[in-house]
Design a protein around this ligand. Sequence first.
Ligand code: FES
Ligand SMILES: [Fe+2]
Length: 441
Amino acid sequence: MLSREDVDFFCRVGKGTPTGEVYRRYWTPALLSEDLPGPGCPPVEFRILGEDLVAFRDSSGKVGVLDRYCSHRGASLGIAAIEDCGLRCIYHGWVFDTDGRIVETPNMPATSKFKDINRQLSYPAREGGGFVWVYMGPPEDEPPFPHYYWFDIPADSLAARESQMAVNYLQIQEGSIDSSHVGVLHHDMHAKAPEPDEAVAGTPGLVRYSCWYSEVSRDGGPKDNVPSTDFAPVFDVENTDFGFHYAATRKSIYGEDRRYVRVTAFVFPYIGYIPPSATPVITVPIDDYHTASFSAWDKRLYADGGGRMFGPMPPRAQRMWAIPPQDRQAMEEGRSFSGWYGIGLQDAAVHRSMGRMYDRHNEHLVSPADSAVVRFRHILRDEARRLAAGERVKFAFSTHPTERITAASGIVPEGEHWNALVPTNLSTGVGINQTESQMGA
Ligand code: FES
Ligand SMILES: [Fe+2]
């Protein structure tokens, strides 16, 4: 249960708020690269961390991110004309380049020095892994630009996606690192009992596993072999140089001496790596009441090349989740547990059901199921304390090889440590003892 002050601390992300200032010290995914398809394309208005911005490409293809409102008298640069070197405001014709320099002020005398001593607010922008990333903190604290594994997927095999939802970011962030809901929300209680997979049953030692805990197809039958029917996983959280990773360990259908383990990694402050495919799920606050969810997929992992799964992205204005009505009839008839089909929609429906900004004053975190949620909040608090003490944030300057961070699921024999599934995460130890830690961060 959080105090009212703590609710504000964790949920508010605008400029000057403790959490907003922590987030501004990290490279932040803001747009899909395909939203700016090439030099001369229209500028894109967007909002991130409560700030209204505009992105565009100059004639060299370089991305610029500027304050959305012209520093003359506030016309949106989202409706600006494209010039070779930048954007020309259509109100009085001022021109800005990708670094916010004022190149022309045609409504001022030619002798004016105004443009030489003033600038439009701009933020550094980089591209990687299908996204445009922005750094919105003080220039002297700009961290190295990270390189994650999916940056190396060839462009024609990479599916970078975005969806948006009109809820506070914490509802989505804490859902993406919460393994204990997987066996409930995403499990159809009425599916038939799983049969052990012969290949897995016959393989001694640690086996990487390639299915959701219990993904169920629309016709009610298991889509893949289900390795566990245990709804109460045990959690181990370990610190890493990029944040933390944790194991959710369940009894397996392969006998008492073999456990089913799902390891989720969290790269503070935005990226959850979700097993079994280590898909990055990236949660970025648009403002206090809206959130963008980005993800990146390797289409080569799909038999059809990802054609059915990843159609063209809709325009940005059409990426807000539309939640269909809950199928109560299917629930009554035993065809569906949740009344929604598909993991993404099930998550989205629950996140939205919490309201625009859930009042966490009324929550009750429990041990060990909410261990990852608690660890996330501890890290966020620690980072805010560092900033308040005049220090830099910690994880933006991690020396961990970011391209090696991963997640995995597998069958692990008793006596074998789960972090053997993800050796490149380079665990740095248990850290906070979750059973002694005061839940609620
Ligand atoms: S408002 Fe942009 S040039 Fe005047
Ligand atoms: Fe989920």
